[in-house]
Design a protein around this ligand. Sequence first.
Ligand code: XIL
Length: 333
Amino acid sequence: MSFRLWSLLLLGLSLLTLAQSGPPLRTLAEKHGLQVGAAVEPNLLLQDPEYAQVLAREFNLVVAENVMKWGALQTTRGQFNFAPADLLVEFAQKNHMAVRGHTLVWHQQLPRWVYGDFTPAEMEAILREHIQTVVGHFRGKIAYWDVANEVIGDDAELRPTPFEVLPDYLEKAFRYAHTADPGAKLFYNDYGAEGLGPKSDAIYALLKSLKDKGVPLDGVGFQAHLDLNFSPTAARMAENLERFAKLGLEIHITEMDVRLSGPGSKAERLQKQAQIYQEVLQVCLRQPRCKVFTLWGVSDAYSWRAASEPLIFDADYQPKPAYFALRRTLQQP
Ligand code: XIL
């Protein structure tokens, strides 16, 4: 190899190392009063030291990807299994990270027994017991709870759920959670509502009615599971966030990932992915009530959509263009 080629190679390598050893996202985010989070599977903390390392270095918030869902916590009626979730909370405390709890009322990942033939009074007792036990268990340790997840369907109507036998189940869920931990901020969380449209209108109307009734609702989470077409555009998203902000709600980006699949070369798609991450972060930074920016995982290796490489670290923990785009955005004043 020629001298010139060698020096180019060395320059390339040192640039890469320099980039990797630059300030982590969490340090930069703190200057903006922003928390940057990632969804976590606690078993990976035990199995993969690099996973734990990258997580603790780059993020200052964690959310349980699965272990705080109803099916994981109360698989059998009346028996609660907190061990994996406790592990996650301990990890977070040790590494000075905040915790988002996810989730109390969702129509998915429910244990079978919840689909029993219950009277409204029975369902009320079931819901109250679950929320009181779970939120009570973590009292003081969880900053934000996704009390309700994906309650509005893609048709902009309330989704069918076993809880609906109890009228006002949603309102009640927020009240039980608030009683169990008055210090936790309580959220409604959903996907496909980042922009303006029938679904986000329905969510807006629902949250407004909850607020009007005095339900303890503090914020709204936009999941932001996106693809390279990034619909909606950043401008529409900013407009949408603003109307929720005007309801007095705190705003979180809760589950961001951007699927890489589509036409174009890999390099082009990685650039486009980076741009979308950057745009959503910018929308959040420009909205004074947007306080949390969370990704749905750390590395592509363990993503729920691993095949479409939607995250900011590749399967070998190498930062992708999306990582550097987020870092550059956070480096701006
Ligand atoms: C997903 C997890 O990532 C998967 O591991 C699991 O199999 C299914 O749920 N919206 C949500 C999250 O609110 O809880 C979902 O998480 C992704 C979509």
